[in-house]
Write a protein that binds this ligand. Structure first.
Ligand SMILES: [Zn+2]
Length: 221
């Protein structure tokens, strides 16, 4: 039995007031696996986004969890709202696509300390990989070059933690035809993004969880 717990980590008021979610996968043997860590502190670093930020420890406490429970962190990618509080979990390894760390080291200078702090232990992956029994990452490039999504086997079927491969359930449902006029930054590479989204949709997993949308897409069989 693998439960998925959604954390409320922040809200970004300058970008459609979207929520920022992380997820804890309660793995029976590997321990708690955390997918994404929200926006870092001090959040003045990204003040143009008007973030209403929370400490990950507070968000976890709502679910009787604490940072010490986390054994593994998976970052879907290294934008500021997905890896900001990695340092809270510096006892855990960070599972990241190698190409994403290389991109972020070039492009995310402002928030580099949030993911590339001294002592950070990276488990760098090149494409699809198993992280623990029943938990795997799939490469879903396009939002960023090294973006990945997480797939978890649950009793009901597979669940996807999609990261930013689709910001919202509406975008997921519409696929490549989605109206992105309010959603700048959905892709860095449009063709790769559309291909990744199509790949995820074709998997017909039971549930899709979003970082920036509290709605869950449940796929009927
Ligand atoms: Zn992003």
């Amino acid at each position: 039995m693998m439960d998925i717990v959604r954390l409320h980590l922040a809200r970004i008021d300058a970008f459609n007031h979207i929520p920022v979610h992380g997820f804890v996968i309660k793995h029976p043997r590997a321990g708690a696996i955390l997918v994404d860590t929200g926006v870092g502190f001090p959040d003045e670093l990204v003040k143009e986004w008007k973030v209403v930020n929370r400490h990950a420890a507070d968000a976890m406490a709502e679910h009787d969890l604490s940072p010490a429970d986390v054994r593994i962190v998976i970052n879907t990618h290294l934008h500021f709202d997905h890896c900001g509080q990695n340092a809270v979990f510096k006892h855990a390894p960070f599972y990241i696509q190698r190409s994403e760390l290389e991109r972020a080291r070039r492009q995310e200078k402002l928030t580099a300390e949030w993911f590339d702090f001294a002592g950070a232990r990276f488990e760098l992956m090149d494409g699809d990989a198993e992280v623990a029994d029943g938990v795997r990452v799939v490469a879903t490039p396009g939002h960023t070059v090294g973006h990945q999504s997480v797939i978890v086997d649950t009793p009901d079927g597979g669940a996807i933690m999609i990261g930013d491969a689709a910001y919202t359930s509406d975008i997921y449902r519409a696929g490549a035809k989605a109206d992105l006029s309010q959603w700048r930054g959905q892709y860095a590479d449009r063709d790769a993004w559309a291909g990744s989204l199509e790949k995820l949709r074709a998997m017909h997993q039971h549930a899709v969880h979003f970082c920036h949308d509290t709605r869950v897409v449940e796929v009927k069989r």
